[in-house]
Design a protein around this ligand. Structure first.
Ligand code: SF4
Ligand code: SF4
Length: 112
């Protein structure tokens, strides 16, 4: 045990003080969602396929919402979106104390 303690004193830390020290994300990292709301048709496919049921879509009010506290960042919603308007930022998800509900409002379509 003593050699381990000495080695730990003289070698670089294996961990980072996140979020104060942020590592550069690797290519293809799956971070927070964003929706190009002007392309969204509010079809609800992302909400139906989401395993965490954290997406809420309302076609009448043209709103799209995601709860990042329930999201597991799996990317299924991005894959199933036919309009290709849903994306994941290539950056690490923010710590819990900095997360906020992602709420986006598009334009309501006139009917009749
Ligand atoms: S699947 Fe795409 S187009 Fe449909 S509601 Fe979700 S983000 Fe909008
Ligand atoms: S990344 Fe996964 S868990 Fe998060 S909203 Fe999309 S489908 Fe749901």
């Amino acid at each position: 045990m003593t050699p381990n303690i000495i080695r730990n004193f003289v070698t670089k830390r294996a961990t980072r003080r996140y979020p104060h020290e942020v590592r550069a994300p690797f290519e293809g990292a799956r971070g927070e969602l964003y929706n190009e709301i002007e392309k969204c048709t509010f079809c609800r496919i992302c909400a139906v396929k989401c395993p965490s049921q954290c997406i809420t879509v309302d076609k009448k009010t043209a709103t799209w919402e995601c709860n990042p506290f329930a999201c597991v960042y799996c990317g299924i919603c991005v894959d199933v979106c036919r309009e290709k308007c849903l994306h994941q930022k290539c950056q690490y998800r923010p710590p819990v104390c900095e997360r906020e509900i992602i709420f986006m409002k598009g334009k309501t379509k006139k009917t009749g």
